[in-house]
Design a protein around this ligand. Structure first.
Ligand code: ARG
Length: 590
């Protein structure tokens, strides 16, 4: 019998059962299984240590007692040793490695194994979420890229994921935009390049309505008309939103993103009244000079007792709703309508205070009304900077449009592919350049801890060396080429029954790394940090490359050839599955 998909989980369960028999679980024993340093084994259980210390027992004796009690099948699959003051090391035997590799033979199969983590759960992921009537610029890259990777990882680990683009499609800017539109709109430009035209009209509207001018009063009247639902104003606003979405969709398509919903701020217009009512009646919010606000006195920064109080503004003094109002309504809608178990919002770190205040308020509100509280996660990320650490700008100091950034990535990748492979037909080189260029931009983001700044370097992201998309995509293409050379397919080669157990040092290292894929996926999805998966894939590609230089794959001996092709097929499967989870496309030829 093959081991289950997630070997570390399987060990955790087995250790718990044994510890339970020994009466340790009721006293708080935790197995603490983790991936081990490969020099010591595959997995390590550290739990005996902390437990023995607390209970004033000899940790090594306790660990030995647990090992003695383990079920026999574990001893068939693992070499089990004690180390140091009471670590239990588990090393998979070649038979067990081989059986696992045989069993997990498709992305579907891996996914079935992984699905236990979030089985039966629904998660809403709020990402990208740009403001309408403006182009997406480089600052919009990270939320889209990180958000999509999280959606895919959560789906893979069993959740039903709802991708929600929370557009900033409401606010005072629409007064000035309508003002500009009514005076200077160019129909042709509106057809050809709507967002560029809307940006131009907003700028004109803004300059024409200075503070204190009668023009500004007119722009404000436009806003009030829109807010009161005047049909002509609403029709215009709708046209702006639709044009914006069409432009955004072109970017999303290039990044492999498809939203289930575009429930922007405007969607919550009629849902904020209930927020005001419930937060008032539960006394969570209070009146402050006409505004409705929430203080969190238990919190050092959001308490009323700080030097410069910074309350959460549920309703402004003029009665208008704002970012806080719509986000409160959004949390409730997601909970009631989607029955979500988890909400993830992906924005840059500058919104940290807003989301801390939002989540604190939601927790108190839902508790007071006995609403079910979903898990709430604000996933933050750093800025996009150049190599000197400054905000990334065009040469003349302007903001870089996302569209032109992606175009440049593809152009640069095309030059690179042409240099490497001048003989490929141009259409093929263009297609490869799409995948490599976009993948490079995505992966440069995903391979770093998202809390750090994304230091943008064309040279690094397009290098074939290091933890980069070209390196990983090339590893994938290289494995495909082995199968072409062998005149077989990964599936056929892997089902070949003549394969023998992994035997050489590099075969065994590679097999041991492959079996750790579930741990990498789990770590990345539990922490909502895709770079853990990226690092694993990079290390796997490294182990594959060592295997490839140590052991020739296409040898004459059919048994050795079959087992090496099995390893190639599984490396390919896991690299491709992992890269797709991060949102990248892969190639068979490069
Ligand atoms: N539109 C916002 C911005 O551009 C991001 C919205 C994020 N989502 C949310 N529910 N607040 O900064």
């Amino acid at each position: 019998m093959a081991l289950p998909y997630h070997v570390a989980n399987h060990l955790d369960t087995a250790l718990r059962i044994t510890a339970d028999h020994l009466g340790l679980v009721v006293r708080g024993f935790e197995p603490e299984v983790r991936v081990a340093d490969p020099a010591h084994g595959d997995f390590q259980a550290n739990g005996a240590l902390a437990f023995a210390k607390r209970e004033k027992q000899n940790p090594r004796a306790l660990a030995q007692q647990i090992v003695d009690g383990l079920e026999a099948s574990l001893k068939t699959d693992f070499e089990i040793t004690l180390a140091g003051p009471g670590f239990i090391n588990f090393r998979l035997k070649p038979e067990a490695l081989f059986a696992w590799l045989r069993a997990y033979d498709s992305a579907q199969h891996l996914e079935t194994g992984a699905a236990a983590a979030h089985a039966g759960q629904t998660w809403v992921v709020d990402y990208s979420s740009p403001n309408t009537a403006k182009q997406m610029h480089v600052g919009h890259l990270r939320s889209a890229v990180i958000g999509e990777a999280l959606c895919r990882m959560l789906t893979f680990t069993g959740a039903k994921v709802i991708r929600d683009n929370h557009l900033g499609d409401w606010g005072t800017q629409f007064g000035k935009l309508i003002y500009g539109y009514k005076r200077w709109a160019d129909d042709e430009a509106m057809m050809a390049e709507p967002i560029e035209e809307l940006e131009r009209l907003y700028k004109l509207g803004h300059t024409a309505t200075p503070e204190g001018s009668p023009e500004l009063e007119e722009a404000k009247r436009e806003l009030v008309k829109l807010q009161n639902g005047d049909p002509a104003s609403v029709a215009l606003w709708k046209q702006f939103s639709e044009a914006s979405l069409r432009a955004f969709d072109q970017i999303y398509e290039r990044l492999g993103i498809r939203f289930d919903h575009n429930l922007g701020e405007s969607f919550y217009n009629d849902k904020v009244e209930r927020v005001y009512r419930e937060l008032t009646e539960t006394k969570i919010a209070e009146d402050s000079e006409g505004a409705l606000v929430v203080f969190h006195d238990e919190h050092p920064r959001f308490s009323r007792h700080t030097e410069r109080p910074n309350p959460f503004m549920v309703r402004k003094a003029d009665g208008a709703s704002g970012y806080a109002s719509t986000d409160l309504a959004t949390a409730l809608y997601r909970t009631e309508h989607f029955k979500t178990d988890g909400i993830v919002v992906v924005t840059d770190f500058r919104q940290t205070d807003h989301f801390e205040q939002l989540f604190l308020t939601v927790k108190k509100w839902f508790a007071a009304k006995s609403y079910r509280l979903p898990e709430l996660h604000h996933v933050t990320f750093g800025a996009v900077t150049d190599e000197a650490g400054k905000a990334l700008k065009t040469r003349d100091g302007g903001t870089i449009k996302l569209k032109s950034l992606l175009d440049e990535a593809v152009d640069r990748a095309f030059a690179l592919v042409t240099e490497k492979n001048p003989d490929l037909p141009e259409t093929e080189r263009r297609a490869i350049a799409q995948t490599v260029g976009i993948g490079a931009v995505q992966y440069a983001d995903l391979s770093q801890n998202r809390s750090s700044n994304y230091v943008f370097s064309w040279e690094k992201m397009l290098s074939f060396e290091g933890n980069t998309a070209p390196y990983l995509l090339y590893a994938v293409a290289r494995i495909h080429s082995i199968f072409r050379k062998a005149n077989t397919t990964p599936a056929a080669a892997a089902s070949e029954s003549g394969a023998t157990l992994p035997e050489t040092a590099s075969e065994i290292s590679l097999a041991r790394k492959l079996v750790k894929f579930p741990d990498a996926v789990r770590l990345a999805s539990d922490t909502l940090r895709p770079h853990h998966l990226g690092l694993y894939l990079y290390e796997l590609a490294g182990d594959y490359s060592s295997f490839n230089s140590a052991d020739k794959v296409l040898v004459d001996d059919p048994a050795i050839r079959a087992r090496r092709l099995l390893l190639c097929a599984r490396t390919l499967l896991i690299l491709e599955t992992g890269l797709h989870l991060l949102g990248l496309r892969t190639l068979e030829r490069m």
